[in-house]
Design a protein around this ligand. Structure first.
Ligand code: CA
Ligand code: CA
Length: 145
């Protein structure tokens, strides 16, 4: 499960990091991106595993969200912690999913992730606005499998 670099140049990775920083200027929520080639688990279970691996449960408001991408499988999952689930309507992530899907369908891999990150930040803003005492609780770098 290496060579995610084939899909993502260093510059593109930096664009995603920038998008995370930008998104987190709108919300107290924490956004992370994990990219790998494939998984032997179901994509949902693997997303949960990565969420735990990255210790994403460790936010004060339990408002972290993980965008998981399995490149070779052409699959992605958006998983938000239970602090988010408690206050948002069902299908909350639908618009973010559509945003990513639209770009992926056109083969715009990096663009899909960037747009998804920004969209997730906008969606979270209404429920978890950024405040002046906000802490960057989780690293903004891209995690790679
Ligand atoms: Ca924060
Ligand atoms: Ca962060």
């Amino acid at each position: 499960m290496s060579n995610v670099e084939d899909f993502l140049s260093i510059e593109e990775e930096q664009e995603i990091v920038q998008a995370i920083r930008q998104a987190e200027r709108n919300t107290s929520g924490e956004i992370r991106v994990h990219i790998e080639r494939t998984t032997s688990l179901s994509h949902y279970n693997r997303t949960l595993e990565v969420f735990r691996m990255l210790k994403m449960f460790n936010t004060k408001e339990q408002n972290a969200v993980l965008i998981y991408v399995a490149v070779d499988d052409h699959k992605f999952v958006i998983y938000g912690d239970k602090g988010i689930d408690a206050v948002v309507p069902e299908n909350f992530w639908e618009s973010t999913k559509n945003t990513i899907q639209q770009q992926f369908k056109q083969g715009n891999f990096k663009q899909g992730i960037v747009a998804g990150v920004l969209k997730a930040g906008k969606e979270l803003q209404a429920h978890f606005p950024w405040t002046t005492n906000d802490v960057d609780e989780l690293p903004n770098e891209v995690s790679k499998g």
